[in-house]
Design a binder for this molecule. Structure first.
Ligand SMILES: Nc1nc2c(c(=O)[nH]1)N=C([C@H](O)[C@H](O)COP(=O)(O)OP(=O)(O)OP(=O)(O)O)CN2
Ligand SMILES: [Zn+2]
Length: 160
């Protein structure tokens, strides 16, 4: 839309996961320092003299909203599909688990994050999730179906 500007806030979080059935080393329990790039788009506020004048959205408000909606849940957690043998032990010993109920690929995680941020009423344009310094997945908010990301067709969500 005319006059729109994109703004981006970057986050990092640490998490563990295991891709059961992966043909390579990612079938092992392992961890990543994920880098999350959240891009929001909108027309900068024209409200003269207001705190938000000239902002699409205050970076500090993005930080708080993204932390609340996703990062707090994922940081220092085991990202679980539900089929990982280690899951019962983690639960029994009180370790932090984010029960996502989808295969925890970068593709699915970026779709999950974009969907959650949309649900939190943020004007999300895209979400890019770096799993390693050389691997990322990106989802455009406009490409997420109304009923939620494709992983919901073969997995549930939020059944912690
Ligand atoms: N399309 C996808 N492929 C892979 C995913 C994924 O989410 N989507 N995930 C993995 C593993 O989780 C793995 O941890 C990351 O794989 P990779 O980039 O191969 O990791 P490396 O440490 O080998 O990275 P290099 O920079 O190439 O050393 C696997 N595939
Ligand atoms: Zn991995």
């Amino acid at each position: 839309m005319r006059g729109e500007v994109a703004v981006c806030k970057i986050f990092t979080f640490d998490a563990a996961h295991q891709l059961i059935g992966h043909k390579g080393k990612c079938s092992n329990l392992h961890g990543h320092t994920y880098r999350l790039e959240v891009v929001l788009k909108g027309v900068p506020s024209a409200l003269e003299g207001q705190s938000d004048e000239g902002f699409v959205i205050d970076f500090s408000d993005i930080k708080a909203a993204v932390q609340e909606a996703v990062v707090g849940r994922l940081d220092h957690a085991f990202l679980a599909m539900g089929n990982e043998p280690v899951l019962e032990t983690l639960k029994a010993t009180g370790s932090k688990v984010a029960m996502l109920s989808f295969r925890t690929t970068a593709e699915n995680l970026s779709a999950y994050i974009a969907y959650e941020l949309k649900q939190a009423a943020l004007p999300v344009y895209s979400v890019k999730l770096w799993e390693t310094p050389t691997s990322w997945a990106e989802v455009l908010a406009a490409d997420i179906p109304e009923e939620g990301p494709a992983y919901r067709l073969y997995g549930g969500c939020d059944d912690e």
